[in-house]
Write a new protein. Structure first.
Length: 459
Protein backbone atom coordinates (compact mmCIF):
# COMPACT_ATOMS: atom_id res chain seq x y z
CA UNK A 1 0.00 0.00 0.00
CA UNK A 2 1.56 3.21 -1.08
CA UNK A 3 1.01 6.68 0.36
CA UNK A 4 1.41 9.90 -1.47
CA UNK A 5 2.46 13.15 0.19
CA UNK A 6 0.45 16.30 -0.42
CA UNK A 7 2.71 19.01 -1.80
CA UNK A 8 3.34 21.69 0.79
CA UNK A 9 4.19 24.31 -1.83
CA UNK A 10 0.67 25.82 -1.91
CA UNK A 11 0.36 25.85 1.86
CA UNK A 12 3.59 27.76 2.23
CA UNK A 13 2.96 30.07 -0.72
CA UNK A 14 -0.39 31.32 0.56
CA UNK A 15 1.00 33.01 3.71
CA UNK A 16 3.84 34.32 1.61
CA UNK A 17 1.43 36.08 -0.73
CA UNK A 18 -0.50 37.47 2.24
CA UNK A 19 2.69 38.81 3.76
CA UNK A 20 3.73 40.35 0.44
CA UNK A 21 0.31 41.99 0.09
CA UNK A 22 0.42 43.25 3.68
CA UNK A 23 3.90 44.66 3.20
CA UNK A 24 2.83 46.39 0.01
CA UNK A 25 -0.30 47.77 1.68
CA UNK A 26 1.44 49.04 4.78
CA UNK A 27 4.30 50.35 2.70
CA UNK A 28 1.86 52.28 0.55
CA UNK A 29 0.13 53.65 3.64
CA UNK A 30 3.47 54.66 5.15
CA UNK A 31 4.57 56.36 1.93
CA UNK A 32 1.22 58.13 1.59
CA UNK A 33 1.33 59.25 5.21
CA UNK A 34 4.89 60.51 4.82
CA UNK A 35 3.95 62.34 1.62
CA UNK A 36 0.93 63.88 3.34
CA UNK A 37 3.11 65.06 6.23
CA UNK A 38 5.56 66.54 3.74
CA UNK A 39 2.74 68.40 2.00
CA UNK A 40 1.39 69.75 5.31
CA UNK A 41 4.85 70.84 6.46
CA UNK A 42 5.53 72.53 3.13
CA UNK A 43 2.16 74.31 3.24
CA UNK A 44 2.59 75.47 6.84
CA UNK A 45 6.13 76.77 6.30
CA UNK A 46 5.56 78.46 2.93
CA UNK A 47 1.98 79.71 3.11
CA UNK A 48 1.53 82.21 5.94
CA UNK A 49 -2.13 82.99 5.30
CA UNK A 50 -3.26 80.69 8.12
CA UNK A 51 -1.46 82.90 10.67
CA UNK A 52 -3.32 85.96 9.42
CA UNK A 53 -6.62 84.05 9.34
CA UNK A 54 -6.47 82.72 12.90
CA UNK A 55 -5.32 86.01 14.41
CA UNK A 56 -8.06 87.97 12.67
CA UNK A 57 -10.99 85.60 13.20
CA UNK A 58 -10.40 84.92 16.90
CA UNK A 59 -13.01 87.50 18.08
CA UNK A 60 -15.67 85.53 16.21
CA UNK A 61 -14.42 82.07 17.22
CA UNK A 62 -14.53 83.04 20.89
CA UNK A 63 -18.23 83.85 20.53
CA UNK A 64 -18.85 80.10 20.15
CA UNK A 65 -17.77 79.26 23.72
CA UNK A 66 -21.20 77.77 24.52
CA UNK A 67 -20.94 75.14 21.76
CA UNK A 68 -19.52 72.30 23.81
CA UNK A 69 -19.01 69.05 21.88
CA UNK A 70 -17.74 66.95 24.77
CA UNK A 71 -16.10 67.05 28.18
CA UNK A 72 -12.83 65.19 28.52
CA UNK A 73 -11.25 65.01 31.99
CA UNK A 74 -13.20 68.10 33.04
CA UNK A 75 -11.92 69.92 29.93
CA UNK A 76 -14.55 71.52 27.74
CA UNK A 77 -14.19 70.58 24.08
CA UNK A 78 -15.59 73.47 22.03
CA UNK A 79 -14.50 75.43 18.93
CA UNK A 80 -12.14 77.51 21.09
CA UNK A 81 -10.37 74.42 22.40
CA UNK A 82 -10.13 72.80 18.96
CA UNK A 83 -8.76 76.04 17.49
CA UNK A 84 -6.18 76.28 20.28
CA UNK A 85 -4.93 72.75 19.64
CA UNK A 86 -4.83 73.29 15.87
CA UNK A 87 -2.96 76.59 16.22
CA UNK A 88 -0.44 75.06 18.62
CA UNK A 89 0.21 72.19 16.18
CA UNK A 90 0.62 74.48 13.16
CA UNK A 91 2.87 76.91 15.03
CA UNK A 92 4.88 73.95 16.34
CA UNK A 93 5.38 72.64 12.81
CA UNK A 94 6.43 76.07 11.58
CA UNK A 95 8.87 76.43 14.49
CA UNK A 96 10.45 73.00 13.98
CA UNK A 97 10.89 73.19 10.22
CA UNK A 98 11.52 76.89 9.69
CA UNK A 99 15.04 78.27 9.81
CA UNK A 100 13.90 81.71 10.92
CA UNK A 101 13.84 82.35 14.67
CA UNK A 102 12.88 85.65 16.33
CA UNK A 103 15.25 87.16 18.85
CA UNK A 104 14.90 85.85 22.41
CA UNK A 105 13.31 82.61 21.23
CA UNK A 106 15.41 80.81 23.83
CA UNK A 107 14.03 82.94 26.65
CA UNK A 108 10.45 82.34 25.51
CA UNK A 109 11.10 78.61 25.24
CA UNK A 110 12.64 78.60 28.71
CA UNK A 111 9.51 80.16 30.23
CA UNK A 112 7.26 77.79 28.31
CA UNK A 113 9.39 74.77 29.21
CA UNK A 114 9.38 75.68 32.87
CA UNK A 115 5.58 76.05 32.84
CA UNK A 116 5.33 72.58 31.30
CA UNK A 117 7.66 71.19 33.96
CA UNK A 118 5.57 72.71 36.75
CA UNK A 119 2.41 71.10 35.40
CA UNK A 120 4.12 67.72 34.90
CA UNK A 121 5.38 67.67 38.48
CA UNK A 122 2.02 68.72 39.97
CA UNK A 123 -0.58 67.81 37.33
CA UNK A 124 -4.18 69.02 37.66
CA UNK A 125 -7.02 69.33 35.14
CA UNK A 126 -7.11 73.10 35.59
CA UNK A 127 -3.35 73.35 35.26
CA UNK A 128 -3.40 71.43 31.97
CA UNK A 129 -6.17 73.71 30.69
CA UNK A 130 -4.17 76.85 31.50
CA UNK A 131 -1.03 75.31 30.01
CA UNK A 132 -2.75 74.58 26.68
CA UNK A 133 -3.91 78.19 26.49
CA UNK A 134 -0.41 79.41 27.30
CA UNK A 135 1.28 77.16 24.72
CA UNK A 136 -1.15 78.21 22.03
CA UNK A 137 -0.60 81.93 22.63
CA UNK A 138 3.16 81.81 23.10
CA UNK A 139 3.56 79.71 19.94
CA UNK A 140 2.63 82.77 17.87
CA UNK A 141 5.90 84.35 18.96
CA UNK A 142 7.70 82.03 16.53
CA UNK A 143 5.45 82.64 13.51
CA UNK A 144 3.42 85.87 13.65
CA UNK A 145 6.40 88.02 12.70
CA UNK A 146 6.47 86.35 9.29
CA UNK A 147 3.16 88.09 8.52
CA UNK A 148 2.93 91.14 10.76
CA UNK A 149 6.44 92.41 9.98
CA UNK A 150 5.18 93.43 6.53
CA UNK A 151 3.55 96.86 6.63
CA UNK A 152 0.81 96.17 4.09
CA UNK A 153 -0.14 92.93 5.78
CA UNK A 154 -0.01 94.57 9.19
CA UNK A 155 -2.34 97.33 8.02
CA UNK A 156 -4.78 94.77 6.59
CA UNK A 157 -4.55 92.81 9.82
CA UNK A 158 -5.32 95.94 11.86
CA UNK A 159 -8.39 96.90 9.86
CA UNK A 160 -9.74 93.34 9.68
CA UNK A 161 -9.28 92.75 13.42
CA UNK A 162 -10.94 96.07 14.29
CA UNK A 163 -13.86 95.26 12.01
CA UNK A 164 -14.47 91.87 13.63
CA UNK A 165 -14.11 93.27 17.15
CA UNK A 166 -16.99 95.60 16.27
CA UNK A 167 -19.23 92.51 16.29
CA UNK A 168 -18.99 91.82 20.06
CA UNK A 169 -19.08 95.59 20.71
CA UNK A 170 -22.41 95.82 18.90
CA UNK A 171 -23.64 92.73 20.75
CA UNK A 172 -22.71 94.49 24.02
CA UNK A 173 -24.98 97.38 23.12
CA UNK A 174 -27.75 94.89 22.30
CA UNK A 175 -27.27 93.37 25.75
CA UNK A 176 -27.61 96.72 27.47
CA UNK A 177 -30.65 97.50 25.31
CA UNK A 178 -32.37 94.29 26.38
CA UNK A 179 -32.23 92.73 22.92
CA UNK A 180 -29.84 90.01 24.09
CA UNK A 181 -29.54 88.33 27.51
CA UNK A 182 -26.60 89.00 29.78
CA UNK A 183 -23.98 86.30 30.18
CA UNK A 184 -22.47 87.76 33.34
CA UNK A 185 -24.12 89.22 36.41
CA UNK A 186 -22.58 91.08 39.33
CA UNK A 187 -23.82 91.98 42.80
CA UNK A 188 -24.05 95.70 43.58
CA UNK A 189 -25.56 96.65 46.95
CA UNK A 190 -27.53 93.44 47.06
CA UNK A 191 -28.87 93.81 43.52
CA UNK A 192 -27.95 91.74 40.46
CA UNK A 193 -26.55 93.97 37.74
CA UNK A 194 -26.02 92.71 34.20
CA UNK A 195 -22.67 93.56 32.64
CA UNK A 196 -21.95 93.74 28.93
CA UNK A 197 -19.62 91.03 27.68
CA UNK A 198 -20.25 91.08 23.93
CA UNK A 199 -21.85 87.64 24.60
CA UNK A 200 -18.47 86.34 25.79
CA UNK A 201 -18.39 84.53 29.09
CA UNK A 202 -16.78 87.37 31.07
CA UNK A 203 -16.29 91.14 30.56
CA UNK A 204 -12.52 90.66 30.82
CA UNK A 205 -12.52 88.85 27.47
CA UNK A 206 -14.02 91.85 25.69
CA UNK A 207 -11.64 94.23 27.47
CA UNK A 208 -8.69 92.01 26.51
CA UNK A 209 -9.53 92.54 22.85
CA UNK A 210 -9.83 96.29 23.40
CA UNK A 211 -6.39 96.39 25.05
CA UNK A 212 -4.94 95.63 21.60
CA UNK A 213 -7.67 97.11 19.43
CA UNK A 214 -7.45 100.66 20.82
CA UNK A 215 -3.69 101.09 20.10
CA UNK A 216 -4.20 99.52 16.68
CA UNK A 217 -7.02 101.99 15.98
CA UNK A 218 -4.85 104.92 17.13
CA UNK A 219 -2.08 103.70 14.85
CA UNK A 220 -4.45 103.60 11.88
CA UNK A 221 -5.98 106.97 12.82
CA UNK A 222 -2.59 108.67 12.51
CA UNK A 223 -1.87 107.10 9.12
CA UNK A 224 -1.70 109.98 6.66
CA UNK A 225 -2.55 107.64 3.78
CA UNK A 226 -5.92 106.45 5.13
CA UNK A 227 -9.04 107.13 3.11
CA UNK A 228 -12.15 109.04 4.17
CA UNK A 229 -14.05 105.77 4.40
CA UNK A 230 -11.47 104.36 6.81
CA UNK A 231 -11.62 107.52 8.92
CA UNK A 232 -15.41 107.11 9.21
CA UNK A 233 -14.95 103.44 10.15
CA UNK A 234 -12.37 104.30 12.82
CA UNK A 235 -14.65 106.97 14.26
CA UNK A 236 -17.43 104.38 14.48
CA UNK A 237 -15.07 101.92 16.14
CA UNK A 238 -14.02 104.44 18.81
CA UNK A 239 -17.68 105.20 19.50
CA UNK A 240 -18.55 101.51 19.88
CA UNK A 241 -15.42 100.89 21.98
CA UNK A 242 -16.33 103.66 24.44
CA UNK A 243 -19.86 102.32 24.84
CA UNK A 244 -18.79 98.68 25.06
CA UNK A 245 -16.03 99.42 27.55
CA UNK A 246 -18.32 101.54 29.69
CA UNK A 247 -21.06 98.91 29.83
CA UNK A 248 -18.65 96.19 30.99
CA UNK A 249 -18.44 98.05 34.33
CA UNK A 250 -14.92 96.65 34.61
CA UNK A 251 -13.10 99.32 36.60
CA UNK A 252 -9.67 97.91 35.84
CA UNK A 253 -10.56 97.99 32.15
CA UNK A 254 -11.46 101.66 32.28
CA UNK A 255 -8.13 102.49 33.92
CA UNK A 256 -6.13 100.28 31.54
CA UNK A 257 -7.62 101.67 28.32
CA UNK A 258 -7.35 105.29 29.51
CA UNK A 259 -3.73 104.65 30.46
CA UNK A 260 -3.04 103.25 26.99
CA UNK A 261 -4.39 106.41 25.36
CA UNK A 262 -2.28 108.57 27.67
CA UNK A 263 0.84 106.49 26.94
CA UNK A 264 0.18 106.70 23.20
CA UNK A 265 -0.09 110.49 23.04
CA UNK A 266 2.64 111.03 25.65
CA UNK A 267 5.06 108.95 23.57
CA UNK A 268 4.05 111.00 20.55
CA UNK A 269 4.48 114.22 22.56
CA UNK A 270 1.03 115.32 21.46
CA UNK A 271 0.37 117.59 24.42
CA UNK A 272 -2.27 119.55 22.52
CA UNK A 273 -4.38 116.41 22.44
CA UNK A 274 -3.24 114.83 25.70
CA UNK A 275 -3.85 117.76 28.06
CA UNK A 276 -7.43 118.53 26.93
CA UNK A 277 -8.21 114.81 27.06
CA UNK A 278 -6.93 114.48 30.63
CA UNK A 279 -8.83 117.61 31.66
CA UNK A 280 -12.01 116.21 30.09
CA UNK A 281 -11.58 112.96 32.03
CA UNK A 282 -11.09 114.87 35.27
CA UNK A 283 -14.22 116.95 34.62
CA UNK A 284 -16.25 113.82 33.86
CA UNK A 285 -14.87 112.19 37.00
CA UNK A 286 -15.94 115.19 39.07
CA UNK A 287 -19.42 115.32 37.54
CA UNK A 288 -20.00 111.60 38.11
CA UNK A 289 -17.96 111.40 41.31
CA UNK A 290 -20.87 110.03 43.34
CA UNK A 291 -21.50 107.24 40.84
CA UNK A 292 -17.82 106.44 40.39
CA UNK A 293 -17.21 106.34 44.14
CA UNK A 294 -19.46 103.29 44.31
CA UNK A 295 -17.21 101.44 41.86
CA UNK A 296 -13.91 102.58 43.36
CA UNK A 297 -14.98 102.45 47.00
CA UNK A 298 -12.49 99.65 47.84
CA UNK A 299 -9.58 101.82 46.69
CA UNK A 300 -10.79 104.86 48.64
CA UNK A 301 -11.09 102.68 51.75
CA UNK A 302 -7.44 101.61 51.35
CA UNK A 303 -6.12 105.17 51.00
CA UNK A 304 -8.30 106.42 53.85
CA UNK A 305 -7.16 103.62 56.17
CA UNK A 306 -10.67 102.18 56.55
CA UNK A 307 -9.99 98.90 54.74
CA UNK A 308 -10.33 95.70 56.77
CA UNK A 309 -7.62 93.49 55.30
CA UNK A 310 -8.75 90.50 57.38
CA UNK A 311 -12.25 90.70 55.99
CA UNK A 312 -13.41 88.45 53.20
CA UNK A 313 -15.03 91.53 51.63
CA UNK A 314 -11.75 93.43 51.26
CA UNK A 315 -11.53 94.74 47.66
CA UNK A 316 -14.93 93.18 46.97
CA UNK A 317 -13.66 89.73 47.86
CA UNK A 318 -10.42 89.96 45.90
CA UNK A 319 -8.42 90.44 49.09
CA UNK A 320 -9.61 87.05 50.33
CA UNK A 321 -8.62 85.50 47.01
CA UNK A 322 -5.13 86.99 47.25
CA UNK A 323 -4.69 85.76 50.81
CA UNK A 324 -5.95 82.29 49.94
CA UNK A 325 -3.61 81.87 46.99
CA UNK A 326 -0.62 83.22 48.86
CA UNK A 327 -1.33 80.84 51.75
CA UNK A 328 -1.75 77.97 49.27
CA UNK A 329 1.55 78.95 47.64
CA UNK A 330 3.28 79.11 51.04
CA UNK A 331 1.97 75.63 51.89
CA UNK A 332 3.82 74.27 48.84
CA UNK A 333 7.12 74.29 50.71
CA UNK A 334 10.56 75.23 49.32
CA UNK A 335 10.18 73.19 46.14
CA UNK A 336 6.71 74.59 45.53
CA UNK A 337 8.03 78.10 46.11
CA UNK A 338 10.41 77.62 43.20
CA UNK A 339 8.33 75.63 40.69
CA UNK A 340 4.78 76.45 41.81
CA UNK A 341 1.78 74.19 42.13
CA UNK A 342 1.08 73.64 38.43
CA UNK A 343 -2.26 75.46 38.28
CA UNK A 344 -4.67 77.95 39.78
CA UNK A 345 -6.53 76.09 42.50
CA UNK A 346 -6.20 77.22 46.10
CA UNK A 347 -7.52 74.95 48.86
CA UNK A 348 -6.68 76.48 52.22
CA UNK A 349 -7.98 76.67 55.74
CA UNK A 350 -6.90 79.55 57.95
CA UNK A 351 -8.22 79.11 61.52
CA UNK A 352 -10.47 81.98 62.47
CA UNK A 353 -10.23 83.62 59.04
CA UNK A 354 -11.46 81.49 56.16
CA UNK A 355 -12.04 78.08 54.71
CA UNK A 356 -11.55 78.48 51.01
CA UNK A 357 -11.40 76.75 47.66
CA UNK A 358 -11.01 78.98 44.63
CA UNK A 359 -9.57 78.85 41.11
CA UNK A 360 -9.48 82.60 40.37
CA UNK A 361 -6.90 84.64 42.30
CA UNK A 362 -8.00 87.89 40.58
CA UNK A 363 -4.36 88.88 40.22
CA UNK A 364 -2.25 87.57 37.37
CA UNK A 365 1.06 87.95 39.18
CA UNK A 366 -0.20 85.91 42.13
CA UNK A 367 -1.68 83.37 39.70
CA UNK A 368 1.63 82.87 37.88
CA UNK A 369 3.50 82.74 41.20
CA UNK A 370 1.10 80.09 42.48
CA UNK A 371 1.15 78.04 39.26
CA UNK A 372 4.79 78.31 38.18
CA UNK A 373 6.62 79.53 41.28
CA UNK A 374 9.27 82.19 41.73
CA UNK A 375 11.22 80.96 38.73
CA UNK A 376 8.17 81.14 36.47
CA UNK A 377 7.24 84.61 37.71
CA UNK A 378 10.81 85.82 37.21
CA UNK A 379 10.89 84.45 33.65
CA UNK A 380 7.52 86.06 32.91
CA UNK A 381 8.70 89.46 34.15
CA UNK A 382 11.92 89.09 32.18
CA UNK A 383 9.88 88.62 29.00
CA UNK A 384 7.74 91.67 29.72
CA UNK A 385 10.87 93.76 30.36
CA UNK A 386 12.44 92.44 27.15
CA UNK A 387 9.32 93.37 25.16
CA UNK A 388 9.18 96.81 26.78
CA UNK A 389 12.83 97.55 26.03
CA UNK A 390 12.29 96.51 22.41
CA UNK A 391 9.35 98.91 22.24
CA UNK A 392 11.50 101.74 23.59
CA UNK A 393 14.32 100.97 21.12
CA UNK A 394 11.87 101.08 18.25
CA UNK A 395 11.10 104.74 18.95
CA UNK A 396 14.58 105.62 17.68
CA UNK A 397 13.94 103.95 14.33
CA UNK A 398 13.74 105.99 11.13
CA UNK A 399 10.82 103.82 10.03
CA UNK A 400 7.38 105.09 11.01
CA UNK A 401 6.07 101.55 10.77
CA UNK A 402 8.64 100.19 13.23
CA UNK A 403 7.91 103.02 15.65
CA UNK A 404 4.18 102.35 15.33
CA UNK A 405 4.47 98.63 16.08
CA UNK A 406 6.72 99.38 19.06
CA UNK A 407 4.29 101.97 20.40
CA UNK A 408 1.38 99.54 20.06
CA UNK A 409 3.33 96.94 22.02
CA UNK A 410 4.23 99.45 24.78
CA UNK A 411 0.58 100.50 25.14
CA UNK A 412 -0.55 96.88 25.23
CA UNK A 413 2.00 96.11 27.94
CA UNK A 414 0.72 99.04 30.01
CA UNK A 415 -2.84 97.77 29.66
CA UNK A 416 -1.93 94.17 30.50
CA UNK A 417 0.07 95.18 33.59
CA UNK A 418 -2.77 97.31 34.95
CA UNK A 419 -5.36 94.62 34.28
CA UNK A 420 -3.13 92.08 36.01
CA UNK A 421 -3.59 93.79 39.38
CA UNK A 422 -7.22 92.70 39.81
CA UNK A 423 -7.83 90.34 36.86
CA UNK A 424 -5.99 87.58 35.01
CA UNK A 425 -5.54 88.74 31.41
CA UNK A 426 -2.81 86.23 30.57
CA UNK A 427 -5.14 83.42 31.57
CA UNK A 428 -7.42 84.37 28.69
CA UNK A 429 -6.11 83.29 25.27
CA UNK A 430 -6.71 86.74 23.76
CA UNK A 431 -4.11 88.51 25.86
CA UNK A 432 -1.50 85.82 25.23
CA UNK A 433 -2.07 85.54 21.46
CA UNK A 434 -1.70 89.19 20.54
CA UNK A 435 0.99 90.09 23.05
CA UNK A 436 3.39 87.49 21.68
CA UNK A 437 2.29 88.11 18.09
CA UNK A 438 3.15 91.83 18.36
CA UNK A 439 6.44 91.02 20.07
CA UNK A 440 7.25 88.61 17.25
CA UNK A 441 6.55 91.32 14.67
CA UNK A 442 8.76 93.85 16.43
CA UNK A 443 11.70 91.46 16.89
CA UNK A 444 11.41 90.37 13.26
CA UNK A 445 11.55 94.01 12.16
CA UNK A 446 14.58 94.58 14.38
CA UNK A 447 16.37 91.60 12.84
CA UNK A 448 15.62 92.83 9.32
CA UNK A 449 16.87 96.31 10.15
CA UNK A 450 20.08 94.91 11.62
CA UNK A 451 20.63 92.69 8.58
CA UNK A 452 20.03 95.61 6.24
CA UNK A 453 22.62 97.69 8.08
CA UNK A 454 25.17 94.89 7.91
CA UNK A 455 24.61 94.49 4.19
CA UNK A 456 25.11 98.21 3.67
CA UNK A 457 28.33 98.16 5.65
CA UNK A 458 29.64 95.20 3.69
CA UNK A 459 28.80 96.84 0.39
Amino acid sequence: MSTSQIPARGVVALPGRVLDTAETLFGGIAVSLFAAIQVVVHWVTTFNGWIFFFLVTKPLVDLSWRSEFANVFNQRVNPQALLAILVAILNGIAFLFSRRRPRHSGRVLLFLGFAILSVIITPTAGGVNELVRLICGISFFFTAGLVLADRKKFDRFSIALLALICVPLILSIFQMGGLLPFDYWDEQDGLSVGRATGTYQHPTELVSFLVYAVPLALYRWEDVEKSTLERIFLGLFFFLAILGLGFTFLRAGWVAICAEVVVWYASRKRLRILIPGVVALLVLGFVFSGWLSMFYQPMTEIFSGQADFASGDFLRGRGANWIAFLVSYENGGPIGWLIGRGGSLAQVYVPGLLRYEENEPHNDFIRILHAYGLVGLFLYFSLLVTFFRAGLRSQNSVSRFVRGVGRILICALAGILLLSITTEPMRYPTAVWYLFALASALFTLEARTKLSRMEKLES
